[in-house]
Design a protein around this ligand. Structure first.
Ligand code: DHB
Ligand code: FE
Length: 283
């Protein structure tokens, strides 16, 4: 571990996640039909009322909830909370009719417009970047098998300490983030390092909830990806590592069997390599 560890705080990464979300907010999020708001909020409140009656929730528990909800806002941890405990079902519903590759949650740490890189590229990283070197290669194709020339493969992931650039201090702006442009056959080769498992910050309100409920705070090590090509639906996904810690008990419930990689040692040189193709649905 580097000394970055001591300085990363829930409030700092929460504030950055809140600010980044506001900057990229999906336009439709501000424009939801009145009838739909009525239905959804009424059903949500009715479910909460049922829970209070069923479990005879006390004033002490109600006050604990109130103060915790206020603290989530103060810590800027709403993006983290929602992406860990709700987004996986939104993703499931959004993509239920796709035939191509599986997606999963985006999470709070995506930043658009990462540096554009050629079809074979190394993600921006520090000279002494820690971690096992990883070669991630594959092809982007349409559901009908057509190679997608010039598809873009955006990748972002945590470093060997589990930290994301732009959300933890002292990391170069685009560390371990890049937009790789596939060649005329849709092929790409991305050199990076294997990320470490990610721990939800333990010093903020989400960490307090996890401790209070006796849960663990871990996500398995993962690569985040967005793959897109003209005329096709963008895939937002993550890939995990066979046998890695917490693949079977991800706190964000975002692992799917199709998303587990099993890299093998490279034949010449250090590190591991894996091939994974992306199949995109037509738009
Ligand atoms: C969170 C962090 C992640 O890296 C991720 O992929 C999903 C969620 C979070 O802290 O909320
Ligand atoms: Fe992540």
């Amino acid at each position: 571990m580097t000394d970055i560890t001591e300085q990363a705080t829930a409030a700092a990464s929460g504030a950055a996640a809140t600010e980044k979300f506001r900057a990229k907010q999906r336009a439709e999020a501000t424009d939801v039909d009145t009838k739909r708001v009525d239905t959804l909020v009424t059903e949500l409140l009715t479910a909460a009322h049922d829970i209070i009656r069923r479990h005879k929730v006390t004033y002490a528990e109600y006050d604990a909830l109130k103060s915790w909800l206020m603290q989530v806002g103060e810590d800027g941890e709403w993006p983290l909370f929602l992406d860990v405990w709700l987004e996986h079902v939104v993703e499931e519903v959004a993509n239920e009719n796709r035939e191509g590759s599986k997606g999963t949650i985006e999470g709070p740490y995506y930043v658009p417009d990462s540096p554009r890189l050629p079809a074979e590229a190394t993600l921006p990283m520090r000279d002494n970047e820690a971690g096992t070197p990883l070669l991630f290669q594959g092809q982007a194709r349409s559901v009908d098998g057509t190679p997608l020339a010039g598809a873009t493969v955006e990748m972002w992931h945590a470093d060997d300490d589990g930290f994301y650039s732009q959300f933890a201090p002292n990391l170069p702006t685009w560390n371990l983030r890049g937009t790789v442009v596939a060649d005329d056959k849709g092929n790409f080769k991305i050199h990076t390092v294997q990320p470490a498992p990610y721990q939800i910050p333990t010093d903020g309100s989400c960490g307090k909830l996890i401790a209070a409920a006796g849960w663990h705070a871990w996500r398995p090590a993962h690569l985040h990806l967005k793959v897109s090509a003209p005329g096709h639906q963008l895939i937002t996904t993550q890939l995990y590592f066979q046998g890695g810690a917490h693949v079977a008990d991800d706190i964000a419930s975002a692992v799917k069997p199709e998303l587990i990689l099993d890299p093998v040692p490279v034949t010449d040189g250090a590190g591991r390599e894996v091939t994974y193709d992306f199949v995109l649905d037509k738009a």
